[in-house]
Design a protein around this ligand. Sequence first.
Ligand code: UP5
Ligand code: MG
Length: 196
Amino acid sequence: SAAQKPQIVFVLGAPGSGKGTICKNLVDKFNFVHLSAGDLLREEQNTAGSEHGDMIKEYIKLGKIVPVEITCGLLKKAIEKSGSDRFLVDGFPRNQNNFDGWQKVMSDCVDVKFVLFLDCSEEVCTDRCLKRGAQGSGRTDDNLESLKKRFNTYTNETMPIINHYEASDMVRRVNTNRTIPEILEDIKEIFSSFNA
Ligand code: UP5
Ligand code: MG
């Protein structure tokens, strides 16, 4: 039909809360394209000749949030290139700068349906990321030192964004301190408005 705006669900939650894992499971069931902001940044960092490569590398290791011009630019490009009309945007917006930058550039051309908030304890999240690191994830931030920083950033900068969406009744919370089948069972209902 004529120019229906792409539908977006933001997927937020602490490092290791299961954003990537849950998104992968939702892609087929509900016909989404999955865009992980972190994956796009890691890809950009590895792109030969990228002018932002060194900066992204430094930010990720320190758990700091990359300026929105870079991240939102990568998301916008990926949305346009895919041609899909339904996206899971994983790990964004993470702070006020991200939120403002997205509003400025994207709010007119997409329709944000809700925020899926994966709520998981710091202890469980940390164990998962450390285990992934030990199994050879190759991620420079899957170590205790980086994880502490990632959690600080999450608590101080990302939680306020989730609370902001909560105030507009846009947050759908799921407890992800559980097995993947248990989580997916709850999530099915949250996504029931999206036909497959
Ligand atoms: N696992 C998952 N669910 C499980 C379950 N229910 N039971 C048992 N195990 C489970 O899962 C993590 C691990 O746990 C995996 O091994 C998985 O098998 C297992 P995953 O699905 O990868 O969790 P996720 O929430 O995606 O964890 P991730 O580490 O990717 O979260 P982060 O938010 O830290 O990482 P992201 O890639 O989004 O960002 C990395 C960095 O990029 C940021 O710190 C920041 O520096 C930068 N960044 C920006 O600057 N701006 C952005 O917009 C985005 C990122
Ligand atoms: Mg992830």
